[in-house]
Write a protein that binds this ligand. Sequence first.
Ligand SMILES: CC(C)(COP(=O)(O)OP(=O)(O)OC[C@H]1O[C@@H](n2cnc3c(N)ncnc32)[C@H](O)[C@@H]1OP(=O)(O)O)[C@@H](O)C(=O)NCCC(=O)NCCS
Length: 158
Amino acid sequence: MLAPSTNEDREWMKELWVNEFGGETVISKGKEHHLRDVEALIAWMDGERVGAATYRLSESDDYCELTGINAVIKGSGIGSELLAVVEQIAKQAGLKHIWLITTNDNVDALRFYQRLGYRIVAFHPNAVDEARKRKPAIPLIGFYGIPLRDEIELQKLL
Ligand SMILES: CC(C)(COP(=O)(O)OP(=O)(O)OC[C@H]1O[C@@H](n2cnc3c(N)ncnc32)[C@H](O)[C@@H]1OP(=O)(O)O)[C@@H](O)C(=O)NCCC(=O)NCCS
């Protein structure tokens, strides 16, 4: 079951972002997003929170940016379900596309997004190195021991 986040989800969301993203902010294409400023959807299973997606709708620019997505249990459909609902919300708001940034080490996410119809539209070399100067919690080594350096931008037309 998915539900928009409420004040009661705040602490859990904060812990999720601190564990997964190293703090209460994420940086994409040089822009910093604070958890308190993004919309969030929570995935629930048997009364427990099992995932979350955060996003921003930009009606003036016709797009939605997915600022974060996490499944506590991987590979069981939680991420796909969350993303489908964010797309639905963006479409209903009349937006034309959804985009997101992932990092060069995140090969599982690259597979996940492309299987769901997202296309790689830009590569931002060393963008993570730049973000790390502002957010030192970003590790030097990412998934599978891959040096974490670059941002990869993906997009899907709605
Ligand atoms: C990326 C993520 C949100 C995907 O959510 P998920 O619930 O695991 O994905 P789903 O179960 O809906 O899987 C969809 C497909 O991706 C595959 N997949 C996704 N993440 C995977 C992983 N970590 N390991 C293996 N397979 C994975 C699934 O096996 C499935 O494959 P299929 O299409 O062949 O059936 C989740 O793995 C996650 O939380 N990753 C860590 C945080 C992260 O990297 N977020 C993205 C930041 S840009």
